[in-house]
Design a binder for this molecule. Sequence first.
Ligand code: HEC
Length: 168
Amino acid sequence: MSNAESSDTHFLNSFSVVLGLLIFVAICIFAFARWMGHIQTDEQMSQTTTRAAVQANVEPFAREAIAGQDNSALAVTAAATTAAPAADVPKTGKEAFEKVCSSCHGLGLNGAPKAGDLAAWAPRIAKGKATLYQHALHGFNLMPARGGTNWPDATVRAAVDYMVSLAH
Ligand code: HEC
């Protein structure tokens, strides 16, 4: 074996060892980071206070967007699709209408039949209440199911009744 050859082999051997060590260290750091991240998120999300705080932080925006009557159809659609919390179920059709349905039906956004506009409602009413309930509950073109809420059937039906009564 020549001198040059043996130093090449020696270099290659040490190089492989160093390379292997570096890869091992990198894997360890990666695994450690994953483990830390996992522990922290699990811990945080299992605390009800954290969940409640996150919920409370997000809530005002959802409300603001619905109550704000923003004229931009997109904003209203996005807001209305955010399900309202179950605790906020309105007691009457009028209340339901004022809370959510009016954000589109008050101004006639996105082609929504405007509340109180007989011409817009007459052909809808002609389809029959059953169809209107069905469309309000399950959605119809740009009309989101339940107006984007998670209200019970009875509340949504009452809101339909109220809007239909406005058109008379
Ligand atoms: C994001 C806007 C939006 C919200 C919020 C909304 N609607 Fe509508 N709604 C529409 C649009 C748009 C249409 C027209 C759909 C079409 O005819 O293509 C419509 C149509 C309807 C119709 C007529 C369906 C038919 O068969 O002609 C009813 C009934 C109705 N909505 C009830 C409700 C009720 C009740 C609520 C509240 C719980 C509500 N809507 C909330 C957009 C909305």
